[in-house]
Design a protein. Sequence first.
Lengths: 113, 112
Amino acid sequence: GGIITQTPKFLIGQEGQKLTLKCQQNFNHDTMYWYRQDSGKGLRLIYYSITENDLQKGDLSEGYDASREKKSSFSLTVTSAQKNEMAVFLCASSIGTGGYEQYFGPGTRLTVL
Amino acid sequence: GQQVKQSSPSLTVQEGGISILNCDYENDMFDYFAWYKKYPDNSPTLLISVRSNVDKREDGRLTVFLNKSGKHFSLHITASQPEDTAVYLCAAVLNNNNAPRFGAGTKLSVKP
């Protein structure tokens, strides 16, 4: 088995602030993902990465940066936090590059004051 | 626009009945379809999935039906139990892409 950890669990920021969320997995999975979950909108793909140092934009990449520093870690940066940006950010990973059977982390809940 | 859609935000079923959850998609290049289950304050977990070369897959009380011409897939849960109460998310993957796109979710409530 394996596990995905996300830090921090709760993140409180100020409007305009740059904020970084981190994700680690020990599945040895190839692909990692960042999704944003808003109430009533399901999961929206921000960025994903199929291997170390790879980066692919999702449907909601505007306002975010991401970095796959090594195979086991994938970080997401909110470049300038916005007042309406209160959501749960979910990290996921999957074996191979086909997008099959994703495993999700526990999430980071972002609140912008 | 949203590529994968769940038009019913909620569904209530009596215990023992059949729960039918629906998902529509826009792009006929999607070739992998999945259902995830999410309890409150927990992360989604994969329930069942199917490739586009089949139109049905069963696993215990769960059955996925795929209608490619209608760009629609569904999850049927037979003998629904109160513990089936959760949010169900459908997801689909394009055959030239690596990242699943999700629907907005349907909240299933199974009443005793």
